[in-house]
Design a protein around this ligand. Sequence first.
Ligand SMILES: NC(=O)c1ccc[n+]([C@@H]2O[C@H](COP(=O)([O-])OP(=O)(O)OC[C@H]3O[C@@H](n4cnc5c(N)ncnc54)[C@H](OP(=O)(O)O)[C@@H]3O)[C@@H](O)[C@H]2O)c1
Length: 261
Amino acid sequence: MISLKNKNIIVCAGSSGIGRGVVAVLSKYNANITTFSRNIEKLNLLKKYIKEETNNDINTVKADLSKKEDIINVVKSHHNEYGDIDALVMNYGDPRVDNFLKLDMDDWDYNIDMMLKSTILLTKFAADDMIKKNDGRIIYITSMTTKNPLKDFAISNTLRSGIVALGKTLSIELAPHNITVNSISQGYFYTDRLKDIISKRSEELNKNYDEIMDNIKSEIPMNRFGKPEEIGNLVAFLASDLSSYITGDNIQIDGGAVKSI
Ligand SMILES: NC(=O)c1ccc[n+]([C@@H]2O[C@H](COP(=O)([O-])OP(=O)(O)OC[C@H]3O[C@@H](n4cnc5c(N)ncnc54)[C@H](OP(=O)(O)O)[C@@H]3O)[C@@H](O)[C@H]2O)c1
């Protein structure tokens, strides 16, 4: 059985969508959770919802992944509240989706800070804590674009592949400290992000929203979108002792959407 009691876990970008689903599942297993995002109202609602649903008190911090000083504050708050980090779950905001030629250097700079540098900085903090305990779990929630790069997703395709490569490298370097490092490459999950992408595509192609949605679903063998809690279940397993011999992997959770083996 999965047990996360007394596990101190940081979940990034947890106020909605996939991050929220992860926080909800880890709370069911009574983990000590710090989560953060930019919008304090959304975080307050999350805290209330989690308390009502699971009776778990979570630690929330207003912080922007793209700002180094905010990340340092998140780690300070987590240390004050719970102590060392046992598991780090990297999840992100939404990189701009557009043709490469329309992206400017500000788009790249922001997303390099928000996705890549935040991962490096938080992983450094987490690894320092985990090495002391000779135990730890690092989990990068990336995207199916790491296995199947998509048109108009240049930022996502590029940065997330770098994050998976970092995870693979660290799975080798941190294995002697009993720290596992894995990535998750999710397919289509029905969140605000996906709703925005469908709306944009429906405007561009002049087709209605449901038609676009059905077109995407028809390419998924399970013929449905994922639910954020389904990623939460995978994260709970990877954060638990049950996954002790799994490291360096990039695990698909996509209803079969990526067809390569
Ligand atoms: N949904 C999918 O089908 C899918 C598929 C593949 C990959 N992904 C990726 O998975 C990640 C999560 O997606 P989602 O669908 O859950 O998106 P979402 O519903 O839009 O949620 C994004 C979350 O990120 C937070 N956030 C945004 N920018 C942030 C920043 N700079 N610093 C801290 N927090 C920030 C938002 O909270 P605040 O507004 O409060 O900051 C929100 O909680 C994204 O990177 C997305 O591109 C999603």
